[in-house]
Ligand binder design. Structure first.
Ligand SMILES: Nc1nc2c(ncn2[C@@H]2O[C@H](COP(=O)(O)OP(=O)(O)O)[C@@H](O)[C@H]2O)c(=O)[nH]1
Ligand SMILES: [Mg+2]
Length: 213
């Protein structure tokens, strides 16, 4: 795995954020990450590759080391995805505006995060990708906004092809993580427990959980 750009004394000291990119196959998850990290748009990224990528950026004048998992082939279990889902601090749920089914799947990914994290307060950003393909649009901006309201999360329509709103997605996600950390720190100072963490007993039981190794 590559060292983060600009790493060094200060780089290694800055906080690392574990982010996870979710969404149906073909919506442009890999393309978004490639554009974000290397300013390239690969037309032919292998759809089966599931890998993590590191980069260092500044968000609101503070350095952030990002460790981003690009998921693929959501049907089968992989140890790496399992680990990232549990350790993940922020999640991008992506769909394609040209594919209504991928939009409907977004809710499933939200539920998956809830099952793994057992809290309703996980930082999420909703992304409708391929905004350049307006003539093929199947999901309106209003529908995207509506779902984001339901998720209570930021929403962007992106184009990985044209690099529209790519940086904004990652900045919004890191900001949410920082906000929650600041709130948690304030809560600790005031001697309160984090408010939105659910009791284990409140989490619905799911039969089809992956067995732990
Ligand atoms: N026009 C257009 N095509 C895109 C965009 N993002 C991805 N694609 C194309 O959609 C296909 C699937 O992209 P990929 O990143 O492999 O999707 P993934 O399976 O979600 O990782 C590829 O042919 C990409 O070139 C976009 O923003 N605009
Ligand atoms: Mg991919």
């Amino acid at each position: 795995m590559e060292l983060p750009r600009g790493s060094g004394a200060s780089g290694s000291l800055s906080r690392e954020y574990k982010l996870v990119m979710l969404g149906e196959g073909g919506v442009g998850k890999s393309a978004i990450i490639m554009q974000f990290i290397s300013h390239r748009f690969p037309e032919d990224h292998d759809p089966t590759i599931e890998d993590a990528y590191k980069t260092q950026i500044r968000i609101d004048d503070e350095p952030a080391n990002l460790d981003i998992l690009d998921t693929a082939g959501q049907a089968e279990f992989t140890a790496m995805r399992d680990q990232y889902m549990r350790a993940g601090e922020g999640f991008i749920i992506s769909y394609s505006i040209t594919d209504r089914r991928s939009f409907q799947e977004a809710r499933q990914f939200k539920q998956l995060i809830y099952r793994v994290r057992r809290t309703v307060d996980t930082p999420v950003v909703l992304v409708g990708n391929k905004s350049d393909l307006t003539h093929l649009r199947q999901v309106s901006v209003e529908e995207g906004r509506g779902l984001a309201r339901e998720f209570q999360c930021p929403f962007f329509e992106t184009s990985a092809a044209f690099r529209y709103y790519i940086d904004e997605v990652f900045a919004a996600l890191v900001r949410q993580i920082r906000q929650r950390e600041a709130e948690a720190a304030r809560g600790r100072e005031e001697g309160q427990a984090p408010s939105l963490l659910l009791d284990a007993a409140e989490v619905p039981f799911h039969k089809k959980q992956h067995s732990k190794h």
